[in-house]
Design a protein around this ligand. Structure first.
Ligand SMILES: C[S@@+](CC[C@H](N)C(=O)[O-])C[C@H]1O[C@@H](n2cnc3c(N)ncnc32)[C@H](O)[C@@H]1O
Length: 259
């Protein structure tokens, strides 16, 4: 049931319903760094894990890859994506888990996944990374953009408090990791780290909102939030947690190669 419709108990879907299009922790800026680092060409067979509402899909498709497949667990999101990108013959959205895509092994040049590993338990994170490795050709690239913690020698008690705070407010068991932990998780499955980029986690800060959504859209989102009291309370409590742990939470974009 949970993945049939966008469960608006969860923070990302509340924001999406309020009109927010950029739902990843490092915003548009970090997505751009990630996409540029993947150097997408018209020879690339491309896969996106968890396209959500299709923001990155638009960015990727503007680079004209040979083919694009979006693997999205949420049925309503897939139905919306199919409408949004209809008529584009090299594009395909599939309602499956990224841990079991059904795509042939060694057949894909590049895989991207944003704000989707953080919400998985550790063993599920590894299953998804394994699947990216399986479908990629040798030399293929996997780009992730996820919620991070810093510094690397992070106190376990503080990590638990942050996880609890996030779970209570965004209603998703978010488990952010330090830079070293994210890199080790990828290396454990055979990837070689090629680049790591970092930005502050300012998802709900006014400046980031304007950078990500533009001024007009930010005003529209702001108005919608103010006229939906339930969503407003939830979004304000999310922002409180993000502000509380602002020094510890960051966003990482990592590009890894299948060697
Ligand atoms: C926070 S949203 C991010 C969406 C999009 N990547 C973005 O950055 O705007 C998380 C997305 O991950 C999807 N998702 C969660 N687990 C998944 C899985 N195992 N396989 C595919 N999609 C998944 C959710 O349905 C949702 O669309």
């Amino acid at each position: 049931m949970e993945n049939k419709v966008m469960n608006t108990e969860q923070g990302h879907w509340i924001l999406a319903k309020m009109g927010k299009r950029v739902l990843r922790p490092g915003g548009k800026e970090l997505t751009e760094m990630l996409v540029n680092g993947l150097a997408i060409s018209n020879q690339d067979n491309f896969v996106e894990f968890a396209p959500g509402i299709g923001y990155t899909a638009s960015v990727i498709l503007s680079k004209n890859p040979k083919s694009y497949k979006g693997i999205e667990l949420n049925q309503e999101a897939v139905a919306n994506l199919k409408i949004k990108f209809q008529g584009n013959s090299q594009v395909n959205f599939i309602n499956r888990s990224a841990s079991d895509t059904g795509i042939a092994e060694n057949s894909i040049d590049k895989v991207i996944g944003e704000a989707m590993l953080t919400m998985q338990a550790e063993h599920r994170k590894s299953e998804i990374i394994k699947e990216a490795y399986r479908i990629l050709k040798k030399g293929g690239l996997y780009g992730i953009h996820e919620l991070g913690l810093h510094p690397d020698n992070f106190a376990p008690e503080l990590k638990s408090s942050i996880q609890r705070g996030l779970a209570e407010t965004i209603k998703v068991n978010a488990r952010p990791l330090t830079k070293v932990e994210w890199c080790e998780l990828l290396e454990k499955e055979g990837f070689k780290i090629k680049a790591v980029h970092e930005t502050p986690m300012h998802l709900l800060r006014a400046k980031r909102m304007i950078d990500d959504e533009g001024l007009f859209r930010t005003l529209k989102i702001g108005f919608k939030i103010m006229t939906h009291p339930k969503a407003k309370n939830r979004i304000f409590s999310m922002r409180k947690v993000f502000e509380k742990y602002e020094k510890q939470m960051v966003a990482y974009a990592i590009i890894a190669e299948k060697v």
